[in-house]
Structures are given as structure tokens and as C-alpha cells.
Design a binder for this molecule. Structure first.
Ligand SMILES: Cc1ncc(COP(=O)(O)O)c(C=O)c1O
Length: 436
């Protein structure tokens, strides 16, 4: 490591004394020397405690869609919270945000939340209440948050423990989950319609939901193959299963209408968080009139003290208004495309076999493969060690995607063309430094 991290390390030592492993989310732990402490960010940049500047492509794991500390959002939140923050009553702001989400995504009804974990948990309960069934299908390499039901065969699963493709094993990704939970979840490989059909035909009478990240947002952004989401939609219609799109990463990022609009497939329920508030804690479940009708007071439990809190809701209102009124996603896509093409060219010139994955607003690349993988099993066959070495060199040079290629590079509106050019120079240097 060539940069000075004296203050950063000192703060991290202090953090470890009072915070387990010095982090408030295990994903932020990179090791005793590598874990960062970041006091501030602005636009496309963050600075560590030693004032090293990084072009930020982690963007807090995706929420930042406009830029860090984006002035119109900050101003809107600051003004809104002067009039109070929680009232345990519906606010006009909540109505406005629900209207915006319905308009942008095509859902009929919206309930707000605070985090992705919270809304995927509630979406599952809604699907169970609607169908009267208990099990659900998810896909290997997908991550839906921290509640017990979904912590099986996520993107954190190591190679070689998932069993055969024909009968995948539910790999538990955390200790502390009751053994009985395992029976409620079925994990299948992504993009394998034949396997999905077989499983639905065998188990439909106990299946409440299919929960899917429409693209593998936690496994390098691998895209759905043509017909995959459409086939899933058809199966759900035929067998009365609730189709849940987990759009926590794709929502208000790959298109204003998220994956439903981008891929042209409408789900029964969709979960949103991250980009909808440009970094403030805010989330939502949107759905059809019919399915959302089960949210009946006294019938299905859904609630929370901070749902609709003014800070998060004002941030969402400001962010969604900007997305609606300005060509934000188009601009991000254009610049992201240039970054993807630049990286592709640099890797080609360096003679490193690779596959570019994902979409310009959230993309990654997999090294050491000749063909683009279509599922998580394909992803983990790639050369993750080389990826990590290149990205660690890139971070030293001043641009910071996650050094685990499962986590896409996220782009925001503040990544200007100059910032993209600067990143490509840093990336080319990083590849050369890694190859010597
Ligand atoms: C697709 C998806 N769903 C759910 C979550 C959980 O969201 P949160 O971290 O806000 O609880 C994440 C987080 O990365 C995610 O990527």
C-alpha cells in the first residue's frame, strides 16, 4: 500500500475498542489493515481520515444516485425536518412519495419502510398472507437482506458447497438461524428456466412467492437471459404464486421505473430502498391493488415507528423529483457505458480474459473466463484473487470500487466525463502495477 493511512488506522483502532471488529455492518470489514474510516464525501468523491481522496464507485453499496451530499436533497431534508420528524400519522410528504413511486414504477399501492431488509421481510409476509402458503423460491448468489429466511445461498456462499445444479443445497450464510427456517426456502440457479419449471410444478401448492433480484445485483450484475423473467412471470400466473422483484439495487437506478420498466416484466410486489433516497434511510414495497389489499389493519402486521419519517421521506421526494424531471439515468448510462468500454479495452490490451457484466449504472467484470457467466456458480469460477489485486492497486491510485467483484461498480450523476477519464487512467496504471 503506497498511501498514508496513519490517522485512518488510529481511528480504526479506537473503533475496535467499542464496536465489534470496528464496523457496524460486517460487509465493511476488510481486515485489520484495510478497513477504512471515512469522515466525508461530496459529489463523486470520498475522503479518508488522512485526506486521501477516492473517486467513489461503492457509493455506500448503491444508494447514492445523484452524488454524495447532493445540495438539492440536503436542502430539502434540512427544510423539512425543521417542522418535525415523526408524528405517527400520515404526512403529506408520504402521500407525495407514494404517488411518485406509483407513477414511476407502475405499482398500484405503496407502503414505505426504512431499509431493504425490512421491506423484503414484509414482502414475504404479504405474499404468504395473500396465498396462504409458506415456502418461497430464491436464487443462488442473490442477497435480500439480513432476516433469517433469506440468508441461504447468498453471494457470500463459498465455492463447492452448493451441491449439484439438479438439487441445490440451501447453504446457511450465518450462525444463529433456527434450523427449521431452512425448510421455507428453496434456492435454485439463476437463469435456469427448466429447473424453475420443474420445481414449481412439484411444489406450487406450498409456494407463496418467487423472490428475485431481476439482475444479479449482488453477484457482478449478471443479467437475466431473454425469456427468464417472462417465464417466471408466466409460472407465477399459472400457479397463483406472488412474484416479488427485489429492486433494492435496481430500483430508480437502471431506469426510473427500475427493472420492471427496463426488462418489461411487471411483478406482483416490488421492494425498493437504496437509490430512492440518495443515501437517506428510506425504502418501499409497491404492489398490485389485489395483493396489497392484504395489508388490512388487524389482519396482517406491518408497521414501524420510523416508517415515513420526515428525513428519509423528504430525501426520497427530492431524489425522485430530480429523477422525474431531469435526464439523470440517461446521463449516468452514457458515462457508465464509456467507463465499461474503457475497462474492457484496457483488459483486452493487457491480454486478461474477462467478461463485462451488468448495466452501465451498475456493472462489474469477471476475470479469467472466456464466456460471460449466467449464474452465481459461473461467477465463482472466475479469478476473484486477480480482481482483488487489481482493485486494491486502483484504490491506492485513488478510485474505489469494492474489491470484491460481486459488488458492482455503482455510478452516480456526479461522475462527470472528466472523472471517468481520470478513473480509466488510474485503472490502466493499476492493471500494469498488478502485472509486474
Ligand atoms: C437486492 C438487495 N435486497 C436487500 C438488501 C438489503 O438492504 P439493506 O442493507 O438496506 O437492509 C440489499 C442490500 O444490499 C440488496 O442488495
Amino acid at each position: 500500500m503506497k498511501r498514508n493511512l496513519t490517522q485512518t488506522h488510529a481511528l480504526y483502532e479506537r473503533a475496535k475498542k467499542v464496536i465489534p471488529y470496528g464496523v457496524n455492518s460486517n460487509f465493511r470489514y476488510w481486515g485489520p489493515e484495510e478497513t477504512m474510516v471515512i469522515p466525508r464525501g461530496e459529489g463523486a468523491f470520498i475522503w479518508d481520515a488522512d485526506e486521501n481522496r477516492y473517486i467513489d464507485y461503492r457509493l455506500g453499496f448503491g444508494p447514492i444516485i445523484l452524488g454524495h451530499s447532493y445540495p438539492p436533497v440536503v436542502q430539502r431534508v434540512t427544510e423539512a425536518i425543521r417542522d418535525g420528524t415523526v408524528f405517527a400519522w400520515t404526512t403529506p410528504l408520504e402521500i407525495q412519495v407514494a404517488e411518485r413511486i406509483a407513477r414511476l414504477t407502475g405499482v398500484d399501492k405503496v407502503r414505505l419502510g426504512n431499509t431493504g431488509t425490512e421491506v423484503t421481510m414484509h414482502a414475504l409476509r404479504i405474499a404468504r398472507a395473500y396465498t396462504g402458503r409458506e415456502r418461497f423460491i430464491k436464487f443462488e448468489g442473490q442477497y435480500h437482506g439480513m432476516h433469517d429466511y433469506v440468508l441461504f445461498s447468498t453471494a457470500s456462499t463459498p465455492q463447492g458447497v452448493m451441491g449439484s445444479r439438479r438439487s441445490p443445497i440451501n447453504v446457511q450464510n450465518s450462525s444463529g438461524i433456527p434450523e427449521g427456517i431452512r425448510r421455507y426456502v428453496i434456492n435454485l440457479p439463476f437463469n435456469d428456466l427448466e429447473r424453475l419449471e420443474e420445481t414449481v410444478e412439484a411444489h406450487w401448492h406450498e409456494l407463496a412467492a418467487i423472490m428475485v433480484e431481476p439482475m444479479l445485483g449482488n453477484s457482478a450484475g449478471i443479467l437475466p437471459q431473454p425469456g427468464w423473467l417472462e417465464g417466471m412471470r408466466e409460472l407465477c400466473d399459472d400457479y397463483g404464486i406472488v412474484l416479488i422483484f427485489d429492486e433494492v439495487k435496481t430500483g430508480f437506478r437502471i431506469a426510473n421505473g427500475g427493472a420492471q420498466a427496463f426488462f418489461g416484466v411487471q411483478a406482483d410486489l416490488a421492494t425498493y430502498a437504496k437509490a430512492m433516497g440518495n443515501g437517506f434511510p428510506i425504502a418501499a414495497i409497491g404492489g398490485t391493488e389485489e395483493v396489497m389489499a392484504v395489508l388490512e389493519p388487524g389482519g396482517l402486521a406491518h408497521g414501524g415507528t420510523y416508517i415515513g419519517n420526515v428525513a428519509g421521506t423528504a430525501a426520497a421526494d427530492a431524489t425522485l423529483a430530480i429523477l422525474e424531471e431531469e435526464p439523470i439515468i440517461e446521463t449516468i448510462d452514457r458515462r457508465g457505458q464509456r467507463l465499461m468500454e474503457g475497462i474492457d479495452g484496457i483488459l483486452n490490451r493487457a491480454g486478461i480474459p474477462h467478461a463485462m457484466t451488468g448495466l452501465p449504472s451498475m456493472f462489474s467484470f469477471i476475470l479469467g473466463v472466456e464466456e460471460a457467466p449466467i449464474d452465481f456458480r459461473g461467477y465463482i469460477a472466475g479469478d476473484g484473487d486477480l480482481y482483488e489485486r487489481i482493485i486494491n492497486a486502483l484504490i491506492d491510485n485513488g478510485a474505489m470500487p469494492d474489491n470484491d467483484g460481486r459488488e458492482p461498480w455503482f455510478l452516480c450523476y456526479s461522475h462527470t466525463d472528466e472523472v471517468i477519464d481520470e478513473t480509466l487512467t488510474m485503472f490502466e496504471d493499476a492493471v500494469k502495477q498488478t502485472q509486474v
